[in-house]
Write a protein that binds this ligand. Sequence first.
Ligand code: AMP
Ligand code: ZN
Length: 153
Amino acid sequence: MAKTPSSNLGTSIGGNMEDCIFCKIIKGDIPCTKIYESENFFAFLDISPVSEGHTLLIPKQHCTNLLDVPEHLGTELLEVGQKIGRAILQATGADGFNFILNNGKAAGQAVFHAHFHIVPRKMGDGLVDWHHGTKVEDSELAGVREKILEKLL
Ligand code: AMP
Ligand code: ZN
């Protein structure tokens, strides 16, 4: 399947392996608080946690963002994400967690090695509920759907 180029998503920091901070963490050149490692994945605590237990899950292979992550890692990504998510829920007593990837500079990506944030959440914790927008008409949704389906080959 043709891949969408990811080069326009913003790669100002760590755009290649040599100066990628997360590749350096994987290699052990920069310290981190590691919580998981397998052949293909690595997870460590975020240095500026949004909540206790905030973890970053990354592919060991340098991938700039989600569009560069090899498809064959998908099943393992889900397995590891679930495994860490369950452990974090139990360890922190959280009520839930966000599993988030900021894809591209415009989406808030600051480190250009693809990473999933696992952010433990408590009921009423007051963290920003970014995903509740404004209700729109069905006709507007239909127009958006058409645009996406044209590209969804
Ligand atoms: P994003 O904005 O999605 O690119 O998130 C980057 C995340 O990486 C932020 O939450 C940072 O706190 C985190 N981060 C940056 N440098 C380090 C580091 N050396 N160790 C752990 N987390 C880091
Ligand atoms: Zn990297």
